[in-house]
Design a protein around this ligand. Sequence first.
Ligand code: LLP
Length: 431
Amino acid sequence: MLSENISRDPDGTLRFAGHSVTELAARYGTPLYLFDEERIRANCRMYKEAFRKHFGPGSLPLYASKAASFKEMYRIMADEGMGVDAVSAGEIHTALAAGFPAERIMFHGDGKTDEDIIYALEAGVGRFVVDNPEELEILNREALKRGMKQDVLLRITPGIDPHTYAEVNTGSVDVKFGMPILTGQAADFVRAALNCPGIGLKGYHIHVGSQVFDEDVFERAADVMTDFIAEMRDRFGYAAEEMNFGGGYGVRYVDSDPPVDIPARIGEVAARLKSDMKKAGLSSLRVFMEPGRSIVADAGMTVYTVSTVKHIPGFKNYVTTDGGMTDNPRFCLYRARYTVLHGSRETAEKDRFDLVGRCCESGDILQKNVSLPADIRRGDIVCVCTTGAYNYSMASNYNRLGRPPVVMLTKDGSRIAVRRETAEDLCALDV
Ligand code: LLP
């Protein structure tokens, strides 16, 4: 199986985190998002342990909460001692409503509004990751108005190509995020920040991309950023104390995706950073990383009920589910690959199907050309694996479909973390 939390009984029953998916489907209805809480916690602990081993005091992994943002997730992150990366007032609000400590939140985004800035400032978030000079100016003005000095990291574009899909490449020079080193804008940005009395400059942030398998991306990033830190020290007498390397480690969606040994990779980045810093005559740094996908992706599975099976002889077969692009737009957006499993049987005779959704458009595809039992029929359960990251958080109400509930699975049982959206909910904002 793709991941150790997925298994199949001899009678064909599929289990996720030890639970029968057909039983969960009967209990909670479908479509249904499942989360394996133990897996989320184990992923957090893997990062925490690697950080403890390899980076200095004050270093911290932050969960990139855009991957899956709801109160229960922030409670787990608080409990595991993680930090959190938030990208909107909405994510900050959800984190605070869940009791997550404001000082462990880093506030990101290239398009923060004045309202966002004021909200986060007053909420007391630990760090702003300032994307651009306009934001810097507004943050400085609002901090001074309140007699505050806000700690910040500056978002720098390092000019590194992570070799992932274009929509999530954020390290190259011409992306919309941050200020590039290559053009000299990053240095101007640092100078500007040092001249702002309402800003406490702590260091820099980069994020090169997501679903990254390149072995040495973070090492190259360490080289580039150490050079930059040293250059800023030489030019402005400012030596950064903190460096945030962003997120990005890839996860396995299909058997052919290679496993990433994250603790080993972190060890290599730490070793490289140490030697780079020594060469540049720099002392220690507090290091942050912001994993999203690698914390929650393999902790998720989506469960659907088959509504239609259609054979178009000589052309194609379709399995239509009761969900679709509304609960998982990732195939539509990125041609993302997934492993699809039948919920209750594995027959010798298989056929190929496009697994599609119930929305009124032909592009509503969950996955093309998947192998499923040839006798699959209406009422069967099908599961899409590794849907913990960027599925619930990117869900929509297209066609006025309610979003599925989120159910947390533990060894002892299951509980609703987000309830199913009802028809009433869908009209709640309408006047
Ligand atoms: N930090 C920053 C500043 C980011 O922009 C991101 C992801 C992360 C951390 C977390 O990266 P991760 O560890 O999850 O790779 N919707 C896309 C993914 C967009 C990622 C955006 N930024 C998808 O479904 O593949």
